[in-house]
Design a binder for this molecule. Structure first.
Ligand code: ATP
Length: 356
């Protein structure tokens, strides 16, 4: 076991009858990191987290915490805690009673319990007089904070989060994303978070694991996953993207509708080998007279969408592919819908995906 791995999964398999939900997953989660598992519906995220907290049993493999096997340890004996989407607070109790609940279970004395509950209210930036407030009188965001305070009262080694923000409205979700990240910094705890929202994952996480069909496609920091995805699936999952089918021809890349400067060499491909050349929409430029590009495309401007501070364009390339371009509002093009345009991008802003 590597020295900085707090939680390690080794070849974890989960079968439900004839169906395999997890196919021999390996994973190391480091002490103190904010680790997010993201993937589409049905990819196995909830299954994974249920195994990690001990709500379900693995079919094969092993789970280690601090080098000790825990896959046969019952959930209530594991030093971990889960924060759910449905908050599971006790509505008839006060905020204080809810936060103190785990401490009461551990038979902590009342005075000490109250001191800790007030500290946790401070930590979650809730007013101290909320101690006596009923849960039913708290707003959605306040309840979420109380649930977090209660989870922290367990003083777990790892906090697991199963889509805790998905039921909240957009503004509150955005606020709580930042608060969670801040809480992570202030507590220094290990957070393991699952979501199908990539945006949420990007805002908060130290590292992200992209899950597909019961396997991890890629595990890396957000920036790496965004700019150097290992597969079409990851590239498309991480937001708008342009992917060109290319072939290596005498050291250069060739592709339908793509004019490549012959001086550009992206030679990680063998002669004749195929790949996907990726460029994100923000790196594609509208050409000006006399300008030359490493990669150039001619096309027709099809659509324009306002996305708040940015404008998104769709261009039908000569080869038939629809290209997405994004510009800041102040950099919007003067080209009219339906007109012919030239697009281009630099080799430095591309990434070559080889799916072997
Ligand atoms: P979502 O984002 O929709 O919650 P998920 O990524 O969390 O999806 P899981 O709930 O882990 O996905 O499910 C993974 C796969 O395992 C799905 O195909 C699901 O149908 C299957 N599955 C989960 N639980 C069971 C079960 N108890 N019995 C049979 N199949 C199950």
């Amino acid at each position: 076991m590597t020295s900085d791995a707090l939680l390690r999964l080794e070849g974890v398999v989960k079968r439900f009858g004839p169906f395999t939900a997890l196919h021999g997953v390996d994973l190391d989660i480091r002490e103190g990191e904010f680790f997010t598992i993201v993937g589409p519906s049905g990819s196995g995220k909830s299954t994974m987290i249920r195994l990690l907290v001990g709500m379900d049993e693995i079919s094969d493999g092993a789970i280690w915490l601090h080098g000790n096997r825990i896959d046969e340890t019952p959930a209530n004996e594991r030093p971990t805690c889960m924060v759910f989407q449905s908050l599971a607070l006790f509505p008839h109790m006060s905020v204080g009673q809810n936060i103190e609940f785990p401490l009461k279970l551990r038979k902590v004395a009342p005075v000490e319990r109250k001191t800790r509950a007030l500290e946790l209210l401070d930590l979650l930036r809730l007013p101290r007089d909320y101690y006596n407030k009923r849960i039913s009188q708290c707003s959605g965001g306040e309840r979420q904070r109380v649930a977090l305070a209660r989870a922290l009262a367990f003083d777990p080694e790892i906090l697991f989060f199963d889509e805790p923000l998905s039921a909240l409205d957009y503004r509150l979700r955005k606020t709580l994303e930042k608060e969670l990240k801040d809480l992570h910094h202030r507590t220094g705890k290990t957070f393991v978070y699952i979501t199908h929202s990539l945006e949420e994952a990007m805002v908060m996480s130290d590292r992200i694991a992209i899950m597909k069909d019961g396997r991890f496609e890629q595990i890396a920091v957000a920036d790496e996953i965004y700019s150097r995805p290992v597969s079409r699936f990851v590239a498309e999952f991480m937001g708008e993207v342009n992917l060109f089918d290319v072939t290596s021809t005498r050291g250069a890349l060739t592709g339908k509708g793509l004019t490549v400067d012959p001086g550009i060499r992206q030679t990680t491909l063998a002669e004749g080998e195929k790949g996907l050349l990726m460029v994100r929409p923000e790196y594609v430029r509208f050409g000006k007279a006399g300008e030359s590009f490493d990669y150039e495309i001619s096309g027709r401007l099809l659509e324009e969408y306002a996305l708040g501070s940015r404008i998104q364009y769709e261009i039908e390339a000569a080869g038939g592919q629809v290209i997405t371009v994004e510009k800041l509002r102040e950099d919007r093009t003067t080209a009219k819908l339906g007109s012919d345009v030239t697009l281009g991008f630099d080799a430095a802003n591309t990434h070559l995906i080889v799916e072997r």
